[in-house]
Design a protein around this ligand. Sequence first.
Ligand SMILES: *[C@@H]1O[C@H](CO)[C@@H](O)[C@H](O)[C@H]1NC(C)=O
Ligand SMILES: *[C@@H]1O[C@H](CO)[C@@H](O)[C@H](O)[C@H]1NC(C)=O
Ligand SMILES: *[C@@H]1O[C@H](CO)[C@@H](O)[C@H](O)[C@H]1NC(C)=O
Ligand SMILES: *[C@@H]1O[C@H](CO)[C@@H](O)[C@H](O)[C@H]1NC(C)=O
Ligand SMILES: *[C@@H]1O[C@H](CO)[C@@H](O)[C@H](O)[C@H]1NC(C)=O
Ligand SMILES: *[C@@H]1O[C@H](CO)[C@@H](O)[C@H](O)[C@H]1NC(C)=O
Length: 328
Amino acid sequence: MHAPISLSLIIFMTTLLSPSLSERCNPNDKKALLNIKKALNNPYILSSWNPDYDCCGWYCVDCDSTTNRINSLTIFAGDLPGQIPAAVGDLPYLETLMFHKLTNLTGPIQPSIANLKHLKSLDISWTNISGSVPDFISQLSNLTFLDLSFNSLSGSIPSSLSKLQNLDALHLDRNKLTGPIPDSFGKFKGQVPDLYLSHNQLSGKIPDSLGNMDFNAIDLSRNKLEGDASFLFGSNKTTFKVDLSRNMLEFNLSKVVFPKSLSSLDLNHNKLFGSIPEKMTSLSLQLFNVSYNRLCGKIPVGGSLQSFDYSTYFHNRCLCGAPLESCK
Ligand SMILES: *[C@@H]1O[C@H](CO)[C@@H](O)[C@H](O)[C@H]1NC(C)=O
Ligand SMILES: *[C@@H]1O[C@H](CO)[C@@H](O)[C@H](O)[C@H]1NC(C)=O
Ligand SMILES: *[C@@H]1O[C@H](CO)[C@@H](O)[C@H](O)[C@H]1NC(C)=O
Ligand SMILES: *[C@@H]1O[C@H](CO)[C@@H](O)[C@H](O)[C@H]1NC(C)=O
Ligand SMILES: *[C@@H]1O[C@H](CO)[C@@H](O)[C@H](O)[C@H]1NC(C)=O
Ligand SMILES: *[C@@H]1O[C@H](CO)[C@@H](O)[C@H](O)[C@H]1NC(C)=O
């Protein structure tokens, strides 16, 4: 009499408790994730990755709401010793991959990442990965965000990165990159990314081609760049941030026409000559620094130019006028 009730109750309970009947997780994705966990020696931050539970509920991952495929793997601020596991390449529907603030993550940028054709955001930053910036990244054509900053990457910047037509931002800053800025970085088609290349050992001249680009933000500071950079500016552009500080750039500042949009301009520690153009008084600058150059003449009066203290202007050949001493 009671048997059917008990039986349906048992079936009901089984459905609730057994992952195999209610699980969203794709078995291939689960297998890949468990391989990643194993390759990383079962780190504490991945302790929720229990094969008895639906992987769509695990920490550090997300599943697509319709396909149930893993589309995001983001691991940050934990103790992850070792290298990026090859198994990350077995999550073919990943759109977001992040390894951030993992001091003990070493080795190269995992080659199997080349398989991740759907990637939109690749962020491997503040780790100890080394080796070169791989050429294959240029084939991840849907990338909108690429951040490889604060690592120990070396070698030169692959010119192929300019093939990425949807890139909003490119961060290669704070590495050990050498060689020139690729000429191709003046030939981004489609989206022109914000360009962050600071704190490397990039050398040579900034390619003239970069003058063709209207960057929103460009930071080339703390490298070994030389020669002209005046072509990065122009009345036509909508650039708001330019940081070229601590290089060996040498050009006549008097001749530069700055875009109206410019609000942050750092040129300190270069070899700029000439004087500060009168037209700079029409800019609304929030940050401005031309210290440690070879500038001369009177600081134009007006706009935001007197809102900065002497340290914006000090250590030049013969700049004068407020906020420095008055001209003789
Ligand atoms: C990296 O590994 C060392 C040695 O095992 C450990 O002491 C340290 O806490 C780890 N770093 C992080 C950020 O977990
Ligand atoms: C790389 O590792 C060293 C110690 O091995 C550590 O001092 C440094 O902070 C690490 N770098 C990053 C970006 O975590
Ligand atoms: C790239 O993005 C477009 C637009 O979002 C999409 O239609 C296309 O399928 C994506 N390609 C890949 C390989 O994910
Ligand atoms: C403004 O931009 C157009 C198109 O990019 C260019 O042909 C023209 O020479 C520019 N004008 C100035 C004053 O830079
Ligand atoms: C810088 O350019 C200005 C304006 O064209 C010119 O008058 C000046 O002589 C130049 N300065 C130097 C040091 O070449
Ligand atoms: C300008 O840069 C110099 C050199 O780095 C620095 O000492 C000074 O504090 C800076 N001033 C401002 C206002 O940013």
